[in-house]
Design a protein around this ligand. Sequence first.
Ligand SMILES: Nc1ncnc2c1ncn2[C@@H]1O[C@H](COP(=O)(O)OP(=O)(O)O)[C@@H](O)[C@H]1O
Ligand SMILES: [Mg+2]
Length: 280
Amino acid sequence: MAAAIEVRDLEKSYGPVDAVRGLSFSVEQGEVFGLLGPNGAGKTTTVEILEGYRKRTGGNVSVLGHDPEVRDRRLQERLGIVLQSSGFYPQATVREAVANTSKAYSRPRDVEETIDLVGLADKADARTAELSGGQRRRLDLALALIGDPELVFLDEPTTGFDPAARRTAWNAVRNLRGLGMTVLLTTHYLDEAQELADRVAIVKDGRIVAQGPPSELGPEQARYRVSYLSSGRRVEHQTDDPTDLLHRLTSDALARGERLDGLEVSRPTLEDVYLELTAE
Ligand SMILES: Nc1ncnc2c1ncn2[C@@H]1O[C@H](COP(=O)(O)OP(=O)(O)O)[C@@H](O)[C@H]1O
Ligand SMILES: [Mg+2]
């Protein structure tokens, strides 16, 4: 089965700014893939190149077997692109906005089902101008889904959301996965990538610094840290075998008639790993 997205050595410069510096990754069909990284990492630039909104400076890109730069209508119909704002229909209800947009497609999804999919069933009769920020973003998602796309792009789907709105948005993304859609999402929230993505690429300064399933990016790869206080200063050792190291440290200390004050054994969390990889 061909990958839904193939990116090889992608580069993008804005004048003197090298925003993307040789990204390579692929997204399988039916997969939720996360580009995770801090602001300015190059995530939006990458997504907009894949959507066909920006021209790349170098490298190769294939989206559902097409070069998105060509902006083929047949490709555009198969993509779900969440626009910045659904402000076109301020007077319309949620149902009217979704139904209206569905007319642009030859084989749209069912309107009610799509509203339900994004968790807006109880707001179907509300005017779009009256929706909260989180509800409006989910309406934007419904508008992106009404054409029944195979591949959906979500750029920072929950940035600025309160915890309840985030959870609703997460459910909407899980629903897409359940329908077999392929999803490329960007986020700067580690927990969001962990929660939603089958695989994650951590991006920093236009480069991928780590890639894999969230569970494999975490502390499993990291070494144990053993530390204690010696003359008031903390001494730290790193090891893959804390049993052996502790045995040696404590028996040496006992042989000297000393105590290892403040003895600690710890392992970096996935958050520590992420912060270390993306540190300035
Ligand atoms: N239209 C643009 N013109 C010039 N520089 C840009 C433009 N868009 C983005 N950049 C720069 O490219 C880099 C990557 O930005 P962006 O892709 O938006 O990152 P992210 O989405 O990860 O926050 C940043 O340094 C940003 O300032
Ligand atoms: Mg961005």
